[in-house]
Design a protein around this ligand. Structure first.
Ligand SMILES: Cc1cc2nc3c(=O)[nH]c(=O)nc-3n(C[C@H](O)[C@H](O)[C@H](O)COP(=O)(O)O)c2cc1C
Length: 248
């Protein structure tokens, strides 16, 4: 079979016809993997503004949809911590007491992602790498990276506008979270689910007069290395850069 056929078949739904034959850990009684990647005892955190305290994001959905665009030109202004909190919550926030309930949908409620941030300009945050902890709605501090803005642009195959962003979001996939339930069906679902996060981010950005551009073009190896993930059980799948919109 040609590799094009293989890739096209990945997009199709034939495996549902073989549901009973799939090797599924959930069916075997294997405990479900955690919904949030653990962190060490020595971890440090930044508290975010809680969703119930948001004073941002109050535009009509119709307006946000009508204005949505990919934007690559940003002012040098920082985001406020409240704006960043709003964006994180919009893309991956927990909205119910069931772990699968979030602002974005996910097949089977599996949410097989972690959200990483490369922060350049956010009020109250030191530039550096962070990871969003959706269940605690706070940031895990990962540390500073020398020349992070340029490094991100380079990792995104030299897309220069990436360096001008106030913050870059990068989502990793942790496939086993979905494979536990869906086995080989997971991978198509993960790819679809990633789009939901980013569309939420697009709309949330319009609501704070920020611009966003999705990033599908990046070096897999370099991005995984930068984020400190193993590239097998966790790897970068999608990203987006955000900054205050330059109106010109
Ligand atoms: C999956 C995906 C990956 C993308 N990757 C990039 C990218 O790496 N660099 C970029 O400049 N734009 C990227 N874009 C933005 C598209 O180019 C943009 O959505 C398209 O040109 C349509 O423009 P609009 O979003 O303003 O409607 C990506 C968009 C999607 C949905």
């Amino acid at each position: 079979m040609k590799s094009t056929d293989n890739n096209r078949n990945f997009l199709k739904a034939y495996l549902w016809d073989k549901w009973g034959q799939l090797d599924r850990d959930q069916e075997k009684g294997v405990p479900a993997p955690p919904f949030q990647k653990p962190y060490g005892d020595d971890a440090s955190f930044v508290e975010l503004i809680k969703p119930e305290d948001f004073n941002v994001g109050n535009i009509a959905l119709r307006e946000a949809l009508g204005r949505r665009r990919s934007r690559r030109r940003f002012t040098g202004d920082p985001l406020t911590l409240e704006e960043l909190s709003w964006l994180l919550w919009s893309a991956q926030g927990v909205t119910g007491d069931n772990e699968g309930r979030r602002t974005a949908p996910s097949a089977g409620g599996r949410h097989p992602f972690e959200t990483y941030l490369a922060v350049n300009r956010v009020e109250g945050l030191r530039p550096g790498l962070y990871r969003y902890l959706p269940f605690e709605h706070r940031l895990l501090v990962m540390g500073e990276v020398q020349g992070l803005e340029e490094r991100m642009a380079e990792v995104c195959h030299g897309q220069k506008f990436v360096a001008g962003a106030a913050v870059a979001f990068f989502w990793t996939a942790l496939p086993y979270r979905a494979e536990w339930c869906y086995s080989l069906i997971s991978h198509k679902m993960i790819a679809i689910d990633a789009g939901h996060l980013c569309q939420n981010l697009y709309l949330a950005c319009e609501a704070i007069d920020a611009g966003v551009c999705a990033i599908g073009k990046y070096s897999q190896h370099k991005m995984d290395h930068l984020l400190g993930v193993d590239g097998t059980d966790e790897f970068a799948i999608y990203g987006a850069v955000v900054g205050k919109t330059l109106h010109k």
